[in-house]
Design a protein around this ligand. Sequence first.
Ligand SMILES: CCCCCCCC/C=C\CCCCCCCC(=O)NCCS(=O)(=O)O
Length: 593
Amino acid sequence: MLDTQLLIMDRVYNVIMERVNASIVSYTTAVSAGVLSCYVGLKVYRRQQVKKKALKKREESRKALQDVQRSVAVEITGPTANKRKEILSLTLPQLSQQLTDGQLSAVQVLQAFQEKATAVNDELNCLTEPIPDALVRAQNVDAADQPLGLLHGVPFSIKENYLIKGMVTTMGVTKYLDTPADHEDAVIVQVLMKQGAVPFVKTNIPQTLLSIGCSNPVFGNTLNQVDPTRTPGGSSGGEAALVKGGGSILGFGSDIGGSVRIPAHFCGICGFKPTGQRISGRGLMRGSPVQGVISTPGLMARDVDSLALGMKALLVPDMFQLDPQVVPMPFRQETYEDKKPMRIGYFTSLHSCPPTPSMGRAVTMAKEALEKAGHTLVAFDPPDALRAIVDMALRMLTADSGRTFSTKWLKDEVIDEYLEGQIYLWTMPHYLRKIVGFLLKPFWPRVARSISHRLIGSVYDLWQRLAERETYIEQFVDELNKKNIDLLLCPALGMPACKPEHAGKTLVATAYTLLFNLLNFPAGVVPVTTVTEEDDRLLDDWRGYGNDAFDRSMKETTKGAVGLPVAVQCVALPWQEEKCLRLMKEVETLCPM
Ligand SMILES: CCCCCCCC/C=C\CCCCCCCC(=O)NCCS(=O)(=O)O
């Protein structure tokens, strides 16, 4: 009897447990499915909200730009239109002279540039927003009893990452759309305004600023006027596109790996980045607070004299007071105007990153012209460039394993279509870098090396890298001294303007610009030629470093670039901005475009 009872109880227990188990499984499945769909739903919802927010801002900025455009519209054939054409054809020194003499008014000049800038924007999408009180500022300049400074009444444009009180600064990231700058304008803007200049528009950038393209989910993609299927470059791409289109006479950007020089070269204008702390970077939002690769503001214009005047206007006591970290050294006009023959080092290629054919040809062209003009050109081979670019610069740029990207800038953001692949390069985990590097090494050693480079794992590691950089700078300077040279002429980049979809795959081309951020030398680019049919033919046999993935992307994007501008790069020793600009001016004079 007891046995039967036990058996029945056992069966009942089993039946109950089976049911309980079954319901636990279905309950757990249901809960997990619920949690998962809530998570996915929330993600999708958040994404939509981010997209909506971005589109709302884009629409607002489009309307604000249209309002400006309407407010300055005039009869195309009337006298005002003719005067505006005349204003737009002047160089910066001519324009500031005529404003100072009272031949032109600040309002008249501002309106000419507002009309042109908005027209260029209709074509290229290079502007982000108009600066709201530009007209009032121009009116105040006109009301002054005497000229206010070197740039009395000159309108200028700034990259989106320059803070302007009351305006948002986003770097193409929507989480910053709700926080307009409440403090003060960037120091550069303050100093230029004290010199009588009028900031009037902000220009487009790539999301996060660490790209050589110019696209972001808030303001969209900017086009290159010379070939709209190509990018104007980055990160100061909107600025270069605007200056090239004639919508601004003086533009300001920032540069940690070439962001002023690359877009200037892609668009066919002049661009200059000084030594870090020669001009103030205070009030600029940065893509990365990296150590050892120096980010600095820079200038863009159609000619070198305009860059020199821009520098002169900045290097004044107002700047040294507003930012005491800036070296208080005024512009040395006599060095810029010096006529003594120069001794210049040159190279047409870095062994670790050979440029596509037009880039080396441009250097040879400028070298021969300089020699003919009486200067001495000496071959120079930058020491250990691959180690400098990969083991020092790239390693320091990715020192935080991409955490600034993934947690600070891009968490819960829509990532720009042209940035997606590149983000992976910054954020790839160390173990994966090692595996990918190991697999690629036998076929593409350079690609393997730049992917699998060791991340910086400790403060000790960081100190070692910073010390290595110091030693490298000394080694580089020693090599220059041995040859008795303090100026360099070299390719502006590894290739002419690329297509936006190739911007992330051709970063290797930045070896030429990044090197001088690592060294912290002043450097600028001047257009000297355009890509020819012959350059395009030579490209067919071009293999670069070893026809690896980097070379193939550079080749693919360079194919068909006939007619695109090609610049050379001029470089000087730290604090020798005036010498660098002098070499740029000489190249510009000897190789007119
Ligand atoms: C010779 C071998 C090369 C190996 C591969 C190197 C790959 C290079 C990878 C990355 C280079 C980073 C360049 C990033 C573009 C920089 C754009 C820029 O300057 N942005 C400005 C940011 S700022 O904070 O406003 O200054």
